[in-house]
Design a protein around this ligand. Sequence first.
Ligand code: ZN
Length: 237
Amino acid sequence: MTTEQITLVAAIASAIGALAAAVATVILARLTSRYVRLTSNLVEETRATRAPEVVVDLEFVEILPRLMIANRGATPAYDVRIRVVERNVAWKQSKDDSRITDLAPIKRGVSFLPPGRTMRYTVYTIDLQKTLEADAALEFEVSYRDEQRREFRREYSIEFAAFNYMLIEGSQKPHEVVADAIRRAADQLKREPRFMMNPTRACPVCCERILAAARKCRYCLEPVEPLPPKATGEPAA
Ligand SMILES: [Zn+2]
């Protein structure tokens, strides 16, 4: 792990901590590992290339699951193929055309997905109660090409057990809440990386957050007393 990745994890842990009152920490830990992967993928892709980045996920609106297919990259994705691997998912008996595996983009693929486009399909036929009780999982194996016909592969895994308590706790869109917190943490990290590494304190004059060891406030430019090292352990939240 590079230092930057470790710092990102620290930032995420801090963001998750802020949510702990609303949702069970154990559950968040399981979701977090998934979003650490997802987020570091996105950060790397955005930084390094203008490649398409196709994300496939299951969202919840209230308790209705929705399949989400999005291109979060900077260029179009071509020939998107999605293979669904399921384990213990309880399907309701109903008309087949709203089963995940029978949805058009899963059956036939998506020939062209422009950057920024998100497609959503309501999946009515998951018996959520039974699925949450079972050790159920859905995996999406995704392949697609960019304009130069280079092939990309992604795998996304959804463990339903991770959603269980979150739904009971009444969180409407559990993994959107977590994803947003992580995005904010990553943004903050990009803007002010040293705040994650060094203890900080409030400037006694203007109350802006400055490094604990500072002798001069970088906001109001007033000289401030340096704190003794033992008094500077205030966490940089
Ligand atoms: Zn100041």
